[in-house]
Design a protein around this ligand. Structure first.
Ligand SMILES: Nc1nc2c(ncn2[C@@H]2O[C@H](COP(=O)(O)OP(=O)(O)O)[C@@H](O)[C@H]2O)c(=O)[nH]1
Ligand SMILES: Nc1ncnc2c1ncn2[C@@H]1O[C@H](COP(=O)(O)OP(=O)(O)O)[C@@H](O)[C@H]1O
Length: 401
């Protein structure tokens, strides 16, 4: 059995009597990665938010890294173990089964790249899930071509198959648009900060406003077992293509430029100045979309019904059955008890539960981490957890004797 590399520690000041901020905060774990010690823990002021500090053994100094991604909320303690020398597995105590497994990436390719760009110490959070999500669908095309109309039809006909990635934007809402449904309408300074904090999969300046897909926007759809649809511009599509998110890229074209102009004016949602700007941008978007090789499929939206049928066909939906496409969420049948400790054996993590109640058979769980996929900035997929029924096993052994 492998060595336990991270565990609960109390009274940090006794262990590392150096540098700044050595006050004990309770519920902290320390994990050694090379010459650094990652101290992960929450304040004990009732909020239990998780923070990360790094103790550098060679310099004898403490530092606080830039933590990217969405961190786990509200944790009443956790255990930690280093995996593959590049990420720390965190098992939260007293949490729901689908929220108990998290990863703090400390030296993955994603983190190394961000360290270079930001020129500072970086760590990145990623939530662990079981499901291998189906490929998201990226839909791009010039303003007024009918992207929104096609997506609405798809969502209406297949409500449990598809989920829409709700983007953030700094543009003002249109009359019928709802915050949190069509877009998350936000302030430029706040969105810029969140982009710096690594909350976005991609972002771009489009028609003079900032638009972006948050990591969470895509992941909540996948977590719900649905296939995610992104309505983003060509720059955004290019960024997604370069990211770790594997998607299908579809470009929607108008039958003619004149028809595009007609639709945009007929929609009546933009001022004349905005219409002019969108038409100017449409020219370059059409050139790029048709020629760059970025898109897997190009659809001409002439007759709406025909275009919709073509879209369904290429998504394999000719049969018109509405069904969810992913398997169930992680560890649905496993309730991880409050108290536990963890140890490592090959590619498996053994979770020992503190219960001494003989009536409760399950004291040992195995978390299979041998085929992890994805990771920060999105979810870490491919986890599998099962219980070893030690009480039943012991009985069986007794009977055999
Ligand atoms: N890169 C990027 N583009 C987006 C995002 N959300 C929307 N867009 C694009 O921004 C452009 C303008 O969108 P919108 O203001 O809703 O106008 P519309 O295209 O005329 O409906 C469209 O090309 C959208 O595809 C996003 O999150 N990221
Ligand atoms: N095939 C089509 N033929 C005619 N009008 C269309 C067609 N597709 C969409 N429209 C209309 O064109 C306008 C722009 O469509 P919309 O879905 O808002 O475009 P986008 O989301 O690409 O900006 C809307 O008024 C819509 O009803």
């Amino acid at each position: 059995m492998g060595e336990i590399q991270g565990d609960f520690i109390d009274g940090l000041q006794e262990i590392f009597p150096v540098g700044l901020d050595t006050k004990s905060r309770g519920y902290e774990s320390s994990t050694v990665v090379g010459d650094k010690i990652y101290v992960i823990g929450g304040s004990d002021d009732g909020t239990f938010s998780i923070g990360v500090r790094i103790f550098n053994k060679s310099t004898g100094k403490w530092g606080v890294p830039t933590a990217l991604g969405t961190k786990p909320a509200q944790c009443k303690g956790h255990s930690a173990v280093l995996l593959n020398s590049d990420r720390i597995l965190i098992l939260k105590r007293d949490s729901t089964p689908d929220d108990c497994t998290w990863f703090l990436e400390v030296d993955t390719p994603f983190v190394r790249e961000k360290k270079k760009i930001l020129e500072t110490e970086v760590v990145a959070w990623s939530k662990g899930v079981k499901a291998h999500a189906p490929k998201p669908i990226v839909i791009s095309g010039p303003s007024g071509v009918g992207k929104g109309t096609l997506i609405s039809k798809l969502m209406k006909e297949f409500p449990s198959t598809f989920g829409f990635s709700v983007s953030h934007t700094t543009r003002a809402p249109r009359e019928k648009e709802k915050d949190g449904v069509h877009y998350h309408f936000t302030e430029r300074s706040l969105m810029e900060k969140e982009i710096r904090d690594g909350k976005f999969l991609e972002s771009a300046s489009v028609h003079g406003n900032l638009y972006g897909t948050s990591i969470e926007a895509v992941e909540v759809v996948s977590d719900a077992g649905k296939r995610c649809i992104l309505d983003i511009d060509v720059q955004g599509a290019r960024s997604v293509r370069a990211s770790s998110l594997e998607a299908i890229f579809i470009f929607i074209c108008p039958p003619s430029f004149e028809e595009l102009e007609k639709r945009l004016r007929a929609r009546g949602t933009e001022t004349e100045e905005q219409v002019q700007k969108r038409l100017r941008n449409a020219k370059s978007e059409l050139e790029e979309g048709k020629s760059s090789g970025l898109f897997d499929h190009i659809l001409v939206n002439d007759d709406l019904d025909k275009c919709y049928e073509s879209l369904k066909k290429l998504l394999g939906l000719d049969g018109s059955t509405d069904s969810t496409t992913t398997d169930e969420s992680f560890v649905k049948n496993v309730e991880l008890p409050n108290g536990h400790s963890i140890s490592e054996t090959n590619q498996n993590i053994l979770i020992h539960c503190a219960t001494t109640d003989l009536g409760k058979a399950n004291e040992l769980f195995v978390l299979d981490v041998s085929s992890l996929k994805g990771g920060a900035p999105g979810r870490t997929r491919g986890l599998n957890m099962y219980a070893i029924d030690t009480f039943a096993d012991a009985l069986e052994e007794q009977e055999e004797d």
